[in-house]
Each structure stands twice: as structure tokens, then as C-alpha cells.
Design a protein around this ligand. Sequence first.
Ligand code: GLN
Length: 290
Amino acid sequence: MSPTKDQLWTIRRLIQWGSDWLGRRGIENPRLDVELLLADTLALTRMDLFLDMDRPLGPQELGAFKSRIKRRSQREPVAYIVGVRGFWQHDFQVDNSVLIPRPETETLVDSVLSLYPQVDTNLKILDLGIGSGAILLSLLTEFPNAVGVGVDISEDAIKIAEINRDKFKLEGRATLIVGDITSQLSIDTKFNLIVSNPPYIVSNELDKLQPEVKDKEPRLALDGGKDGLDIYRPLIPHAYKLLESSGWLVVEVGYDQGQTVPDLFKQAGFKDVSVVKDYGQRDRVVKGIK
Ligand code: GLN
């Protein structure tokens, strides 16, 4: 049933055992998760595992692997267990104080890139609700002359964003501030570009999400109130004030907010408001210019 001392537990057998064990507990892609957790335990890549399937694990490695599998069976996301998640060009450090960067959010980064074809442009970027830093730090990497400010209401999230900023050697170009999404920034500057992936899930819908999300990710980063728009309502006019003329606001939205959020943009005075779809053809990003 579980790996014991008297058996030789090779990578091959552990992948089999772990996939069965997690699969029986209702984990969706058990084999992939087991491979990721085993690779992490052994400080190897998944490819390394396949090249050395008959390698046995020592007792300490086995213990470390089992504790990861146990955490996963309790619905902790793999990204929190291994502590990193790949997004755009970087491996972001994550823990349960930040939302795990999603592939859909790369649509936002992509939309910004198409707004500014010249990568040497001198952008001043503000990220409202920065979380792990996925959006702002990816943009700073793409635009080598850009500088940015990131704000988050969670002090723990700002700590993670700082770790990532320093890891990617962007410390000279990003200022990170603990604060509310509409708080007055002590920085006396306007921005050319404001980005945000605010909480936008309708409160009542939250409990229908997978346990990995609803029980393990920060509610603060997900809960958009009664109609999912609670944060956009103050954020959009506030962003308008902080933008220079011809500055862009680019935000992520839920798949069913491709009508309501553009309306809020227009009410705030934004022009050229449009919706961008993600790779799954769902409305995902709204942008508008001041
Ligand atoms: N995309 C996330 C999810 O559906 C939600 C992110 C957010 O609220 N900003 O789990």
C-alpha cells in the first residue's frame, strides 16, 4: 500500500504507486503531479526521471517524497508544494499568500506587448494587486527601459513579489508597496501603463471552484464580491486618474465579464476599449486608452 523499507522503491515504481494513490483520491492529473513532486524531491527535471527510471530512492528521499504526496492528496496545489510556478519567461516563487500565476494571464502580458511594439520604450508601469509579481516582473523583463510600481494589500504577497523581483535582478526597476488598490501612492508620478489582475470571482461562485482554489488560494485575491465587479468599480476610475494621457489600462477579467468591465471603462472615460480572448477563446483581457 505504501512504500516500505524492505522494498526497493525505484523512480518507476514510485510514479506508479503515487499515481494510483492520488488518482484514487480524486486528483485530476495524478501522474503529472507525481512526476513533478518526485522531480522536486530529487532536485531533478522530469526528463531526468525518465532517463533514470531504475534509480532507487534512499530512506530520506522516500520520506520527503511521501510527505509531498500527502500534501497533494490534501488538495494543496503542486505549485505551493514545490514553491515555484513557471509564467512567461520566469520561475516565480509562490506560497499560499499569492494566487498561482495562470496561463490565461499570459494573454494580458501578450496584449501589452502588442500595444508597444518597440521594446526599448521608456514605460512607467503600475500593477494594482501585484501578487507574486507575475505580470509586472514579466513586463519589466520584456521592456528593458521600463520601470514599475507594484501595489498589494497583502504584506505577505509583497514579500513574495520582492523575492521574485530580486531573483530576476529587477530590484533597481520595481518599487513594491503595501496598500489598497485605490490608496494614494506616495509616489508623485503618472504612469503610461496600468495593469491589474484583480479578484473577480462572484462570491457565491467561489465555493463551486475546485478545493485547490477555494480552500488553498487566498480569498483576498479571488473574491470580487456579489457580482464580481467590486474591485473594478473603484479601480478603473482610480487608474484613469493615475494615467498620463494616451496611457493604457489593461486588466484581466472573468470569461463572463467581457461586457460589464468594458462598460465600466467607458463610464470612466477610456477610449478604444476592447476585449481580448485567451487561448481558449474566452473573454480574458479588457484594455482602453486615456
Ligand atoms: N483566474 C482565477 C481563477 O479562475 C481568478 C483570478 C482572479 O480572481 N483574478 O481561478
